[in-house]
Design a protein around this ligand. Sequence first.
Ligand code: ZN
Length: 316
Amino acid sequence: MPKWPIIIGLVGGITIGIMLIGDDTAENTPEVAQDEARFVYATFYPYYEFTSGVAGDALEVRQLVPNGAQVHDWEPNATRIQSLKDSVAIVYSNTETEPYVDRLAGLEEFGGILFIEASPDGGDADIHDNEREEHEEEEDHDEHDSRKSHTWLDPIDVIGQVNRIHDKLADYDPENAETYELNAREYVQQLRELDQRYRDGLRDCQNDTIITFHNAYEHMAERYGLKVFGTASAHHAEASARDIASMIEHARETGVQAIFADELADTRHELAVADEIGVDVIPLSTLEGLRLHEQASYFEKMGQNLDALRDGLRCQ
Ligand SMILES: [Zn+2]
């Protein structure tokens, strides 16, 4: 049995080798772990995009809500709460859209984490201010709430949000402040170009009403002179027979040529309405998430939406 001593010798050598490497790594562990721990969480897709745009290569950004999930009903489970605790900052839209963030911010374990509320006022205050006040007087509570959300679909509003993310990250991490500044400036430039594309693309359309069940488009519509007819009182809820009937009536009155449907949701009801009045159903994204396995930037998704709107509203 001459082989055994050789094998034992080899295994012994390897073991000592592993122990040596192990010791070596152990000494460096605190530093490595600290570097690895520098990551930021952004709650859902557009906030992941905006934060990544500002952070560039200076900071790792992770998306909390997986694509394909419903943003409005989503809650983090224990595992996700644990990994949120390891982050340095959490970027979110506002407490209206992600109410769980408010609860986490109140917990002692989250005391050292920077919370960045990108859209605290739920929309930029200087556009259509008078109109908004009038609306708010008329609207019931649910509609009011829905208006505080979905600001990420308005490129001009997003400029303010990106600047807010930039300010906070630069304060937190002054070493990389210059990088954040350059990245934010470039991102804002792209947002201005996107805004111009929307202005040009939606200037001359046969129809001006977005008819849809998921009322996510008010900010964007206001910005570009469009109207939205949606079941605002039931933001993501199942459409009732009454909602469907009123949608058919409104679609007939306004002479629209398309019904817009949330590309992530079941489109049965939209198809029923479209069938009844003989128009198309066109998918539109709320950008609350991508489809499973889809990869697209914020600008690509917004471009797809512009194409869909131009198609459905019959724009020149
Ligand atoms: Zn929504």
